[in-house]
Design a protein around this ligand. Structure first.
Ligand code: NAD
Length: 357
């Protein structure tokens, strides 16, 4: 049956980078891939048009789609608005309403870009690490939360860090299954020496590990994990952690690769339906200039084909096409080095298409 993709370009550079990905989809459809796609508004542009960052209609379209491709949302224009209508709220709502609890963030360093990392090349050469972040629970969603006024008139902000056993269990299964497809090493990151919620996290991880005897499970405190990521990142294969720790560690891992414009991500539900997006934001500083790197969004399409549509061969071809354009010396401004050929966003999209053809 024809698969349906909902395309949500969003704000800032979102429309520029996503149109490179839809050019690619058009080519794949021409070559026989059985998918269709529709575009819709999300984020600040939806707020401008409808007064909310995500309308009920778009949420319904997202429910009905087999996968979602998102650009990025947000920008200075909407920063002053109440948190309930800020563009980022649309992402949180999509993730929680569609139960997209498993966030896969690869940190892969293309050998052609080894010099772009802030670490010494020998520390990051051939780095291939997958961070799995729980995305719909933990302190970002826990209740109660808010800012209250105490009896003495002072204000106090508070959030709740909470995980149920079942929430930890389902992300544990995603992590162990991912480790089984890779080098069978899983590091679970917590702060079990201080936080009871992560003491439970560790107990559940140990319990689920018994179902995956081939996977070597280790535990690491989050402060040590942050240190180890910048000291010797190649020691890791798959890391799994909660929402807030994962938010921070996955950005740190992304920087090891030297370019935020190269990294895709997937957020999956229990059945493998997913929302796919580059890890970067809407880059308001370069929006509308045809300068942004579209490769993370193009690689998000590859992840979509691999994880939601079971089209690993086409995904491999897209990954190879990206590698080819890097071999050809093509670079957008963010990954440009002397001697390379500087391309615009749309030229980079065309180069990937040419490599794929
Ligand atoms: P950002 O990722 O948008 O930009 C950080 C830096 O990286 C900027 O210098 C930008 O120009 C550069 N950059 C990002 N993507 C690039 C690309 N594809 N090609 C070349 N350079 C690129 O992060 P920020 O500046 O902290 O946030 C800007 C806005 O994006 C904010 O409103 C923020 O809330 C939002 N944001 C959205 C998402 C999302 O939609 N998932 C994620 C992060 C931030």
């Amino acid at each position: 049956m024809t698969k349906k993709i909902l395309v949500l370009p969003g704000d800032g550079i979102g429309p520029e980078i996503v149109s490179q990905a839809t050019k690619l989809l058009d080519l794949l459809i021409e070559q026989g891939l059985d998918v269709t796609y529709d575009n819709a508004l999300v984020g600040g542009c939806s707020f401008d048009e409808h007064g909310v960052p995500l309308t009920d209609e778009v949420l319904q379209q997202a429910r009905e789609a087999d996968a979602i491709l998102l650009g990025a949302v947000g920008g200075p224009k909407w920063e002053g608005y109440d948190i309930s209508v800020r563009p980022e709220k649309a992402l949180l709502k999509l993730r929680s309403e569609l139960a997209l609890f498993g966030n896969l963030r690869p940190a892969l360093l293309y050998p052609q870009l080894a010099s772009a990392s802030s670490l010494k090349p020998e520390l990051v050469e051939n780095l291939d690490l997958m961070i799995i972040r729980e995305l719909t629970g933990g302190i970002y969603f826990g209740q109660p939360r808010g800012i209250r006024t105490l009896e003495n008139g002072e204000k106090e902000g508070f959030n709740t860090y909470v995980y149920s056993e079942s929430e930890v269990e389902r992300i544990a299964h995603v992590a162990f299954r991912t480790a089984m497809l890779r080098n069978k090493r899983l590091c679970s990151v917590d702060k079990a020496n201080v936080l009871e919620v992560t003491e439970l996290w560790r107990q559940v991880m140990d319990r689920v590990a018994k179902e995956y005897p081939e996977v070597e499970l280790t535990h690491m405190y989050v402060d040590n994990a942050a240190m180890q990521l910048v000291r010797a990142p190649k020691q890791f294969d798959v890391m799994v952690t909660g929402n807030m720790f994962g938010d921070i560690l996955s950005d740190c891992a992304a920087m090891l690769t030297g370019s935020i414009g190269m990294l895709p991500s997937a957020s999956l539900d229990i059945n493998g339906k997913g929302m796919y997006e580059p890890i970067h934001g809407s880059a308001p500083d370069i929006a509308g200039q045809n300068k942004a790197n579209p490769l993370a969004t193009i690689l998000s399409v590859s992840m979509m084909l691999r994880h939601s549509f079971g089209e690993a061969q086409i995904a491999d071809k897209i990954d190879a096409a990206v590698s080819t354009v890097l071999d050809q010396g093509y670079r957008t401004a963010d990954i440009y080095t002397d001697g390379m050929t500087l391309l615009s966003t749309s030229e980079m999209g065309d180069a990937v298409l040419a490599a794929l053809k």
